[in-house]
Design a protein around this ligand. Sequence first.
Ligand SMILES: *Cc1c(COP(=O)(O)O)cnc(C)c1O
Length: 381
Amino acid sequence: MISYGKHAVDQADIDAVVEVLENQFLTQGAVVPQFEIALCEYTGAKYCTAVNSATSGLHVACLAAGVGDGDIVWTVPNSFVASANCALFCGATVDFVDIDSQTRNICVTQLAIKLKQAEQAGKLPKALIVVHFSGLSCDMQNISKLVKPYGIILIEDAAHALGGVYQEQKIGSCQFSDMAVLSFHPVKSITSAEGGAILTNCPPFAEKIQLYAKHGVTRDPNLMQGENHGPWYYQQVTLGYNYRLSDVHAALGLSQLKKLDSFIAKRLERAQVYQKALAYLPLRLPSVEYFATSAWHLYMVELTHHDRKDVYQKLHEMGVGVNVHYIPIHLQPYYQNMGFQVGDFPNSEGFYNNALTLPLYPTLTVTEQQTVIDALEQVLV
Ligand SMILES: *Cc1c(COP(=O)(O)O)cnc(C)c1O
């Protein structure tokens, strides 16, 4: 079975992990800070905190944004549940802005309308979490222009998008946002097995991120109250979590980061092959926005004349492991119980109803890709 996504781990990655295992520190050693610095250098962001998943990262980003009881957080339905759950972890309520059917990212026009309505109703969100779906950047400049006047904190869920570019800056630069969150899950751009990171350019956010990800504990005398007992001293100044990444995982991530650009180049190459080969089939192909260069996390098509379940099953029988991203978050039973209904976000639902994720990863061979293309032709024509 050709799977929809797959990590690419080589001997250099294995050696890097083994080196940590043979060393003194498995956690809280030198490798996590090295990984954080390398992520700053790659993305151009000033501060980075590595954490044990993007889900933890999104939680910490919401906490750093000051999200709490009674607050509202907006995100899109077309994402993994973690993009919305992070707000619930903080005691906030979640609402959604529908996507644009073309880009499959947050619809900027609908965001503008919803902001006006929320202002009138006195229900503005504390934070907006945008998702760079499939690795294609959202229209960050215009989104930022819309939310800034209201003081809404803008968080990028960049789990799909490390290695992508927006307006000549790497995604994660936080040029137009307050914070960006990365994932190093094995299907993402690079992997640390499990892992994530939070990027920011803003010192107060960076300080809070450090605290919330590490038990709310600090050794920085400037953050302490009262007397400093001595060199061993630390204080817990807020309620935080243990969301640290281990040095074992960071070693894998750091080694993978060296190959990120070549991974993205291979994904782009494969995506271009799909774009050409599938142009004549009854499918809607991904649109490529002029302002962004996708990290090509997912290559997704929409069926225009066929039943998705039927096509999915036939392709699986032919050894082509297509997948579907995403079941809109507001349709999950947990969210339906909050009052969200079918029909609330028609663009996300319409996309979901016909979407298929084709196999795309750096080590997908030309032969494997041809198998996918041939199978699609056979099923659709
Ligand atoms: C993968 C993913 C996450 C969660 O990442 P983890 O590192 O597995 O916690 C969050 N948001 C999006 C959009 C994702 O694709």
